[in-house]
Design a protein around this ligand. Structure first.
Ligand SMILES: Cc1ncc(COP(=O)(O)O)c(C=O)c1O
Length: 389
């Protein structure tokens, strides 16, 4: 029998071993990493709200209601702040209701395994997030994965698979490792034609995309048609937690059936208060300015990297992958960048398919244009040195 140590050694040999890096201080655009100042290019704090004074103030005020929530929501862990935040999220997404979950991972596993079960069918983009895959596996429903954004294959699957049970089409709004956007208008059309519900995980779009930050649904003009909007509060919103924004009936159903909701202590008051402040900020003129700055930063960074000859894998958002291929070369590239003061993570299997390893650069509204120009030039210099471009 292979020991745990043997397996870890094998991961090391393949360049697939994972470990954590420790940041000292808040998630700013520059951080102190293991004693050195570096430019942070791998945070999902897209609007810079994780360290925003308004959120910090709100969190401190939230502590007036205690540190912990004391119980799960259905026992005694529903506070007035949970209800306020849920009403705020529903208003933001334009749905009847919303329901909080403790994280995006908990939301996807809980929502999917509640809405479908044995005899039902899930249709899922092959590049959907791991938490969607885990939710699908937990549900015991038929699990049909279509090639990335391939609507022809999806339609064929909808015609041939699933029988008479419930049908759920589920997709990332923004694909987390590729930065491209799901064809939501076509997905909605297919959902209606084949009597399926559409669930969109907009972890990376909410707060950031669309004219008012409502996310990929707003950008694609289909916000009203989505049956379940799943979103997270720990990325663009700079706080923590997640939600399903949906109809009153589906919300009630999730309260009764979603196990990750039912069997877990609820979010604490400081986090709830910070999330309400984050939604207010995203809806304010400052939020609009941050989205504009983010879009300008993204354009600048991509233009420079594209001009140097990198393959940015069709990114349409602030998630900018730089395709490299092999795992070892990707980790070598990432280490070399760190030497040069850039903190960029290499992404390897099982997060992405073998042979499609990449640097995943993420841009923030709080990056300075000059820093991004310099970063792109450093990436090009290292790319030339390692023979990638
Ligand atoms: C698309 C997507 N869905 C869900 C999650 C999970 O969200 P959370 O970090 O809040 O658990 C992530 C990333 O973390 C993600 O990228």
């Amino acid at each position: 029998m292979q020991t745990f140590s043997d397996e870890l050694d094998a991961l090391r040999a393949e360049g697939l071993y994972r470990s954590m890096r420790v940041i000292n201080g808040a998630q700013g655009s520059r951080v102190e990493l293991e004693g050195r100042q570096v430019l942070l290019l791998c945070s999902n704090n897209y609007l810079g709200l994780a360290d925003h004074p308004a959120l910090k103030r709100a969190a401190v005020e939230g502590v007036a209601f205690g540190v912990g929530s004391g119980a799960s929501r259905l026992v005694s862990g529903t506070m007035e702040l949970h209800e306020r935040l849920e009403a705020r999220i529903a208003a933001f997404k334009g749905t009847e209701k919303s329901l909080l979950f403790n994280s995006g991972y908990a939301a996807n596993t809980g929502i999917i395994s509640a809405l479908v079960g044995r005899g039902d069918a899930i249709f899922s983009d092959r590049l959907n997030h791991a938490s969607i895959v885990d939710g699908a596996l937990l549900s015991r429903a038929g699990f049909y994965r279509y090639p990335h954004r391939d609507m022809v294959v999806l339609e064929r699957m909808l015609q041939e698979k699933g029988g008479k049970g419930r049908r759920l089409i589920v997709t990332d709004g923004v694909f987390s490792m590729d930065g491209d956007i799901a064809p939501l208008a076509k997905l909605l059309q297919l959902a209606r034609r084949y009597d399926a519900r559409l669930m969109v995980d907009d972890a990376h779009g909410s707060g950031v995309l669309g004219a008012t930050g409502r996310g990929s649904g707003e950008l694609c003009g289909v916000l009203d048609g989505i049956d379940v909007h799943m979103g997270t509060l720990g990325k663009g919103f700079g706080s923590f937690g997640a939600y399903a924004a949906t109809s009153g009936t589906i919300r009630d159903y999730l309260v009764n059936k979603a196990r990750s909701f039912i069997f877990s202590t609820s979010l604490p008051p400081a986090v709830l208060a910070a999330s309400i402040a984050a939604l207010d900020l995203v809806d304010s003129p400052e939020g609009a300015q941050l989205r504009e700055k983010l879009a300008a930063n993204v354009a600048l960074f991509k233009e420079r990297l594209t001009a140097s000859g990198f393959d940015l894998m069709g990114s349409e958002t602030q998630i900018v992958p730089v395709f490299l291929g092999p795992a070892k070369a990707t980790m070598e590239f990432s280490s070399e960048l760190l030497e040069q003061g850039l903190f960029v993570q290499g992404i390897r299997p099982p997060t992405v398919p073998a042979g499609s390893c990449r640097l995943r650069c993420t841009i923030m509204a709080t990056h300075e244009a000059g820093d991004l120009e310099q970063a792109a030039d450093t990436i090009s210099k290292v790319g030339k040195k390692l023979g990638v471009i």
